[in-house]
Design a protein around this ligand. Structure first.
Ligand SMILES: C[S@@+](CC[C@H](N)C(=O)[O-])C[C@H]1O[C@@H](n2cnc3c(N)ncnc32)[C@H](O)[C@@H]1O
Length: 227
């Protein structure tokens, strides 16, 4: 897997209550991964249901909104940093949301053998770090090698929904997706029975405040569909 990181080191803080929620609720909502051991989503959630992954969930508000909208779908969030997770766990517990689990790691470490092949129906990437400087473009999450991994874990016909407020990243992602032989562009609303519109997030609101143009891209794994 690539060694170039798509994230920067950030100092985030949790309140004491959030820290307590993080520690006490980790056994309920957190997933500890063991290198080389694939996750068993049916066992983790206690049911067989469509599964979605949000990469870089930040404070988790999109996870909460999507999980409430689609209780029939199981959501896994992966995020490098823990600082937003205490608050997320408080909300999950308060609202008794059962269909969200969290992994703390660089998503790249989950490929190729932690997330099973053909196991995800949807992947959400909302406002990934934009890496606007030309010399940092290689640090953007969306690259051909990353799509090579995503295509194996998506079910045939599964979708990726990507949103950014950086036009150059939008153009970059558009080029990477459209040049990849195993993905094809699809229009919103995505033609899947468990479709979720993109919820409001912290970085979405920040983009609106800054007057940035927001680009949403949706692509579908172009394998023979079973949906
Ligand atoms: C700009 S923030 C957006 C957060 C949230 N999606 C939102 O819309 O408010 C991007 C997030 O992606 C996370 N991230 C970046 N690269 C990642 C990776 N390789 N694996 C997991 N998370 C990553 C960062 O830590 C950061 O929290």
């Amino acid at each position: 897997m690539r060694t170039i990181k798509s994230f920067v080191r950030r100092e985030g803080r949790m309140t004491c209550a959030q820290q307590l929620a993080f520690t006490t609720l980790w056994p309920q909502y957190g997933i500890d991964v063991t290198p080389g051991v694939p996750l068993d989503f049916a066992k983790i959630f206690g049911r067989d249901a469509p599964c979605a992954l949000e990469i870089g969930f930040g404070n988790g508000e999109a996870l909460i909104a999507m999980a409430k909208l689609r209780p029939d779908v199981d959501f896994i969030g992966v995020e490098v940093y823990q600082s937003g997770t205490g608050g997320l766990f408080q909300q999950l517990n308060h609202d008794q949301i059962q269909n969200v689990r969290v992994i703390h790691t660089d998503v790249m470490t989950l490929f190729p053998d932690i997330i099973p092949e053909n196991s995800l129906n949807h992947v959400y990437i909302y406002f990934p770090d934009p890496w606007p400087k030309r010399k940092h473009v290689k640090r953007r999450l969306v690259q051909t090698a990353f799509l090579d991994q995503l295509k194996t874990v998506l079910v045939p016909g599964g979708c990726v929904h990507f949103a950014t407020d950086w036009l150059d990243y939008a153009r970059h992602a558009q080029a990477v997706f459209s040049n990849h032989p195993d993905f094809k562009a699809v229009m919103d609303p995505i033609p899947l029975p468990y479709y979720c519109p993109r919820p409001s997030t912290k970085f979405y609101r920040r983009a609106l405040q800054l007057g940035h143009v927001i680009t949403d891209l949706s692509v579908q794994a172009d394998k023979p569909t079973t949906l």
